[in-house]
Design a protein around this ligand. Structure first.
Ligand SMILES: C[S@@+](CC[C@H](N)C(=O)[O-])C[C@H]1O[C@@H](n2cnc3c(N)ncnc32)[C@H](O)[C@@H]1O
Length: 236
C-alpha cells in the first residue's frame, strides 16, 4: 500500500485543488477504521444484493488493459469485478482515507495475488491519480463536503465516472430503513442535523448534477426497490 504522494501508478496532481477540512476527514477515518472489520463482513455478505456492484462495473464500460480508480474503495468489495474487467494487463487503483479499510483490501489483493491492483491511502477530494479510463465511487459521495466540486474533478480525470448512492426516494418502507441507517451513521455522513435524509439527498443530488454538467452521455438506474441510484457519465 502507498500513501498519498508516493507512486500509485498514476501521477500526483498539482492543481491546487482545495484541501478538505482535516477534522472532518479525521472523523471519517476514525469512524471507518473502527468499523472496518464489521463493514468488510457486511459488504461481502451483501455484495450481490440488488446487482448493484455488477451494474456499476458494467456501466464503466471498461476494456482489458484499462486503468480504473476506485475512490473510497473501503475493504475492496468492488475490486474483484474491477480487476476482472481490466484483466491482468490493466490497472486498478483503490483509494481510501481509512488505513484499516485498506488493510482489509490489501489482504484481499494478496490472497488473490493481483500484481496490478494498487491501494493508496489518500483523500478522494484530492485525487492522487491524474488520468484514468474509469472512476468508480460507491456509497462515498454522501461523505464529501462538496460533492459537486469533487465529482466534477473526477469527470476531468476519467472518460467514465460511475457513482452508486442511497437515494431517499424509494418506497415508504425503504425510506424508513434508510432513515434509520442514516440516523445511526449520522457522524459518518456528517449529517448531524434534524434532517439527515435531506442532507444525504442534497449531497447525492449535487454529485448527480456534476455528472449532468460534465458528461456527454448519462445513464441512470435504480436498484433495490429504488433506494440505490447507479449514475454513469461518459465523455464530453
Ligand atoms: C460507505 S464506505 C463504502 C466502501 C465501498 N466503496 C463500498 O461500496 O463498500 C465509504 C468509504 O469511503 C471512504 N472515504 C470517505 N471519505 C473519503 C475521502 N474523502 N477520501 C477517500 N476515502 C474516503 C471511507 O473511509 C470508507 O472506506
Amino acid at each position: 500500500m502507498t500513501r498519498d504522494g508516493e507512486d500509485a501508478g498514476g501521477s500526483a496532481t498539482a492543481d491546487g485543488f482545495e484541501a478538505a477540512d482535516p477534522r472532518r476527514l479525521r472523523r471519517i477515518r476514525r469512524g471507518y477504521d473502527a468499523w472496518a472489520r464489521v463493514y468488510d463482513w457486511f459488504a461481502r455478505a451483501t455484495a450481490s444484493v440488488g446487482g448493484v456492484r455488477t451494474a456499476c462495473v458494467d456501466a464503466l464500460g471498461l476494456d482489458p488493459g484499462d486503468t480504473v480508480v476506485e475512490f473510497g474503495c473501503g475493504p475492496g468489495v468492488n475490486l474483484p469485478a474491477l480487476r476482472g474487467a481490466v484483466g491482468p494487463s490493466g490497472r486498478v487503483v483503490g483509494v481510501d482515507v481509512s488505513p484499516r479499510m485498506l488493510d482489509r483490501a490489501t489482504g484481499l489483493v494478496e490472497r488473490r495475488g493481483w500484481g496490478n491492483v494498487s491501494l493508496v491511502e489518500a483523500d478522494a477530494e484530492r485525487p492522487p491519480v491524474a488520468a484514468a479510463d474509469g472512476v468508480l465511487a460507491t456509497f462515498v459521495t454522501s461523505l464529501l463536503a462538496d460533492p459537486y466540486a469533487v465529482v466534477s474533478r473526477w469527470c476531468d480525470l476519467a472518460d467514465a465516472v460511475v457513482l452508486a448512492a442511497f437515494v431517499p426516494e424509494g418506497n415508504r418502507a425503504a425510506n424508513a430503513a434508510l432513515r434509520a441507517f442514516v440516523a445511526l451513521n449520522g457522524r459518518l455522513f456528517d449529517a448531524r442535523t434534524d434532517d439527515p435524509l435531506g442532507r444525504l439527498a442534497e449531497r447525492t443530488a449535487a454529485a448527480r448534477r456534476a455528472l449532468d454538467d460534465h458528461a456527454a452521455v448519462r445513464e441512470r438506474r435504480r436498484r433495490l426497490f429504488g433506494t440505490i441510484a447507479v449514475e454513469a457519465g461518459r465523455g464530453e
